[in-house]
Design a protein around this ligand. Sequence first.
Ligand code: SF4
Ligand code: SF4
Length: 66
Amino acid sequence: MKKTAILETNSCVSCGCCEKSCPRDAIAVYNGIYAKVEQELCIGCGLCVKACPADIISLREVSSIG
Ligand code: SF4
Ligand code: SF4
């Protein structure tokens, strides 16, 4: 089962630590407001989970569709 990062957008402090940690450029801070995950690029490595000082990112299993 593929894993992908998900995050609690409302609690994001826009620090950019997740963005710097991601080997796939799959997570980035948009408009300086909050981070967003591109699920198609995410490989579920969990580096952003460890990098986030606000501890708002987690991994979730996603079923492949189609
Ligand atoms: S789990 Fe890995 S690939 Fe996915 S957004 Fe986080 S650092 Fe990037
Ligand atoms: S590391 Fe956490 S708090 Fe910082 S921008 Fe990413 S999701 Fe937001």
